[in-house]
Design a binder for this molecule. Structure first.
Ligand SMILES: Cc1cc2nc3c(=O)[nH]c(=O)nc-3n(C[C@H](O)[C@H](O)[C@H](O)COP(=O)(O)OP(=O)(O)OC[C@H]3O[C@@H](n4cnc5c(N)ncnc54)[C@H](O)[C@@H]3O)c2cc1C
Length: 395
């Protein structure tokens, strides 16, 4: 991908987007498609693996307990297909996803009921039928599975490349290796980076785990927690274990102290299965290897217990371990809103480990908010004002 250089002198853009993860790339693309002269700033040389958007696989699914996410994912499927057509390359493959849980579990019920209510294409398996269909699984007594037949695996690195390419083709400019050091609100907004100064009529902040650092000096203290997530890949114990037939899954079987476990066939390492714990340890995104032992999450232990009991055909020693960052909000819903004091600054953050699939729609929402338009989605769950005591008036 040809990344355009700028002179570094102060220049006026219609829109600047801070952060070229998947959310910033789609926001920038939508703005450029709307005829906005748009600059996308990224602190690291592209591509990089230090945020949340890199890798070979992310699950896309309609299975959500909340109607607003199901509505958003419908729009996202449409836009992913459009991008695939424009890029002329596959960016995902359909793969069913099992939502696994005890029939009486209220959370499992909320997934199942939403899928029925919203007519998501699905099937239901009893534990007996589940074991017959997927012999690698040893179901818990009383367990059921609802299968989301719309689900699939997205290819993040390819998706990032495709959307950046379309952004450039729409007339946008990418400046990588350009770390935003300060934002001076106003009209225009002044954005200072290590590579120079820029001015913009509107700004979108999509800085992932670094978002609080950029917004705190603008009087906004958001409850965003960067977490280090371990990504584990597991090998079959031998032939005949049927683990290669496993689809994507989300297990909500566990007790209240244990969060979700999810898995998918690994594209990164053919033959291995990617199984991860949907939570991690608090971390400084600039020092992701420095974990505070006291607050570290025992994810490996939890996953090994799960694998021994539930997927006994897998070796309970991980074959490969990698890491990635989540940025969590307390309710794990996103933040998609205008800055409460500066309406020409919009924020997309707190994707809490489930934002990739929605990125085309999140980009559209941020673009519309930025242009003063009403996005065609229910944004109430994503408002900043749902958090107490924000914004903090320090300006
Ligand atoms: C292991 C793992 C598994 C996941 N699985 C799924 C899944 O199955 N399905 C799903 O939907 N989602 C999944 N997610 C979540 C999804 O990947 C994230 O929600 C999404 O990638 C967040 O994108 P982002 O653009 O907000 O953040 P990022 O990708 O972190 O991008 C933010 C960018 O901003 C840049 N930046 C920050 N500060 C500055 C600055 N001052 N100046 C310039 N640039 C700056 C950063 O360098 C970075 O490139 C997963 C995430 C992880 C880590």
């Amino acid at each position: 991908m040809a990344i355009q250089e700028s002179s570094g002198l102060s220049c006026l853009y219609d829109a600047v987007v801070v952060g070229a993860g998947i959310q910033g790339c789609f926001a920038a693309y939508h703005l450029a498609k709307r005829g906005q002269r748009t600059l996308l700033l990224e602190q690291f040389p592209l591509p990089h693996t230090r945020g949340s958007s890199h890798g070979q696989s992310r699950i896309i699914r309609s299975a959500y307990p909340q109607d607003h996410y199901v509505a958003m994912v419908k729009g996202a499927y449409r836009q992913w297909a459009e991008l695939e057509a424009k890029a002329d390359t596959p960016l995902h493959r359909p793969t069913p996803m099992l939502v696994l849980g005890q029939e009486q579990n209220p959370e499992f019920q909320s997934y199942w009921q939403a899928m029925r209510r919203l007519r998501v294409s699905s099937e239901v398996f009893t534990s007996h039928a589940l074991a017959q269909k997927y012999p690698a699984i040893r179901p818990h007594a009383g367990e059921m599975a609802v299968v989301d037949l719309t689900a699939g695996v997205l290819y993040p690195d390819k998706a990032l490349r495709a959307v950046q390419e379309q952004f450039l083709r729409s007339g946008g400019t990418v400046q990588d290796g350009a770390k935003v050091l300060s934002i001076l609100p106003g009209n225009p907004i002044t954005i200072t980076t290590n590579r120079g100064e820029y001015q913009a009529k509107r700004l979108a902040v999509t800085a992932g785990p670094w978002t609080s650092r950029l917004l705190s000096p603008l009087g906004l203290e958001l409850p965003l927690q960067p977490l280090r997530i371990h990504v584990y890949y597991w090998r079959a114990k031998g032939p005949g274990t049927h683990v290669e037939q496993l689809p994507c899954f989300l297990s909500i079987n566990l007790n209240q102290n244990v969060r979700h476990i999810y898995g998918l066939p690994a594209d990164e390492y053919p033959g291995l299965v990617k199984i991860c714990y949907h939570y991690g340890s608090p971390v400084d995104p600039d020092q992701p290897d420095q974990l505070d032992r006291a607050s570290a999450v025992p994810d490996l232990q939890i996953l090994q217990d799960f694998i021994r009991n539930y997927l006994p055909g897998l070796d309970p020693e991980p074959a490969v371990q990698e890491s990635c960052l989540y940025t969590n909000t307390p309710d794990e819903d996103f933040i998609l809103d205008r800055h409460p004091q500066f309406s020409n600054i919009v924020i997309g953050a707190g994707f809490s480990g489930h934002g990739f699939k929605f990125a085309p729609v999140i980009g559209e929402i941020l673009c519309k908010l930025s242009l003063g338009e009403e996005p065609p989605y229910d944004l109430a769950p994503f408002r900043i004002r749902r958090f107490p005591a924000s914004p903090k008036s320090t300006l």
